[in-house]
Design a protein around this ligand. Structure first.
Ligand code: 5AD
Ligand code: SF4
Length: 446
């Protein structure tokens, strides 16, 4: 039986990127504003929002199987009212409604501010789809931020005009838009009032953000960072994800000059081979990417680097793949994400000749990930002996243990007297692949 009474409790399940996490939080805030409450862990929710991701592999099938589990009593005892949100909702739209009668509403990433009205309709048995773009009205219609974890996300930019030939984002998230400066300064302030110590600025092409300050002067993301850094309650700033084409001198200098801007840069390269990069419609070469990183490292020598890679793009030969291994060797990433190429319907690469065999992709991915793991371990090993600040984010599994993040975005665990939201001084004493052990040092609280 489908839920057709007004739901009182909700659960938002977000998949994929950090922007989906941000959107999921904002949807939750909106539902709370509507008088609903989050379903406690382990208990049924009256409304489940599946906030989906469409970037890679079998995204739509995964959504249908999640819906199946919800309706067949596998995820919870009573089938909830179901909303499909996120990028699969945008890409599939009405198709979801046709294929899945259990779904009451389908809402795209630029339309979720209208979710409360759609829920009211659903409670009367009326199903609805809203995949309108762009997002002009969305942010203004959302409630103010009231609660925040020590590390918060803030979406400053959405959409993408780059049209990499493998990528579905320009179609699901639409054209690049920048949120206005004053709304962002205001949201950052509210987040710190609500307890945030760190803010990560988000955007599909975050460094393409542009705006105007209060005096009407044009600003880029570097200017925005400098402004929000003035807030004394904000201790750390990060941003993700950037495209090499949008990185300017001002941003590079900001890394050297603004202490609150953490020494970490996620800058996807995708491939180390220029022919593949061209076929991907990336506007950089392997060499221009490396030169750009050099400029960042000159400004901030301890910068930790992260990247994204795709193996098995159509036509990729063994020698071309080896260029990707070479660029990994040349950079020495502190961490990186790597994926097998997955044809996305409607993108140019999906219909290119010479799709690479799945076994070959598996083999290449394993080799690439071995290189990345090696460098990640080396980066962590080189951190041993450093004393740094750690932002405490949550309790660890063991008694008295805490988990937090170093300036270089490494997970750090330590035991001692601390609380969530503290920034403690710690010496890194032990390095694993994915986390480091530390001991507290004076002065403990900075
Ligand atoms: N196949 C595999 N990986 C992809 N990405 C984007 N589209 C695809 C695709 N079709 C990866 C890119 C991007 C990251 C967010 O996801 O590496 O930077
Ligand atoms: Fe996709 Fe390329 Fe835009 Fe990133 S820059 S969102 S990979 S099209």
């Amino acid at each position: 039986m489908k839920q057709t009474t007004p739901p009182k409790t909700y659960r938002v399940k977000s998949f994929g990127c950090q922007m989906n996490v941000y959107d999921g939080e904002r949807m939750g805030e909106m539902l709370a504003e509507k008088g609903m409450s989050p379903a406690p862990e382990g208990e049924d929710a009256d409304l489940v929002v599946l906030n989906t991701c469409h970037i890679r592999e079998k995204a739509a099938e995964k959504v249908y199987s999640d819906i199946g589990r919800l309706t067949k009593g596998k995820t919870q005892k009573v089938a909830p009212m179901i909303a499909v949100a996120g990028c699969v909702a945008q890409a599939e739209g009405e198709e979801i409604m046709t294929r899945s009668p259990a779904v009451s509403m389908v809402v795209g990433p630029q339309a979720y501010h209208r979710l409360p009205g759609m829920i009211d309709k659903a409670a009367k048995g009326i199903r609805s789809t809203d995949t309108d773009m762009p997002a002009d009205a969305k942010f203004a219609a959302l409630p103010q931020r009231r609660k925040s974890a020590p590390s918060a996300f803030l979406t400053i930019q959405e959409g993408c005009d780059k049209f990499c030939t493998y990528c579905v984002v320009p179609y699901t998230r639409g054209a690049e838009i920048s949120r206005p400066y004053s709304a962002l300064v205001d949201e950052a302030k509210r987040l710190t009032e609500a307890g945030a110590k760190e803010i990560t600025l988000l955007g599909q092409n975050v460094s393409a953000w542009t705006g105007e300050d209060d005096k009407g002067r044009a600003l880029g993301m570097a200017g925005l960072i400098r402004e929000i850094a003035k807030n004394p309650d904000l201790k750390r700033i990060r941003y993700t994800t950037s495209h090499p084409a949008d990185m300017d001198d001002e941003l590079i200098n900001t890394h050297g000059e603004v202490e609150k801007l953490m020494p970490y840069l996620h800058l996807p390269v995708q491939s180390g081979n220029d022919r593949i990069l061209k076929a991907m419609n990336r506007s950089h070469t392997a060499e221009s990417y490396l030169k750009l990183l050099e400029r960042f490292r000159t400004a901030r020598p301890d910068l930790a680097l992260s990247g994204d890679f795709i193996v098995g793009f159509p036509g990729e030969t063994e020698a071309e793949f080896e260029d990707t291994l070479k660029i990994v060797d040349a950079v020495g990433y502190a961490q990186a994400y790597s994926f097998k190429y997955s044809p996305r319907p409607g993108t140019p690469a999906a219909t290119m000749d010479d799709q690479v065999a799945p076994e070959m992709m598996d083999e290449r991915l394993q080799r690439l990930q071995a290189s990345i793991r090696r460098d990640q371990q080396a980066f962590n090993d080189a951190s041993i002996g450093k004393t740094c600040e750690v932002l405490v984010e949550r309790k660890g599994k063991m008694d008295g243990q805490w988990l937090g993040k170093s300036p270089w975005l490494q997970s750090v665990h330590f035991t001692g007297d601390a609380a969530i939201g503290d920034i403690v001084t710690a010496e890194l004493i032990q390095a694993g692949q994915n986390s480091l052990g530390a001991v507290l040092r004076e002065p403990i609280n900075t």
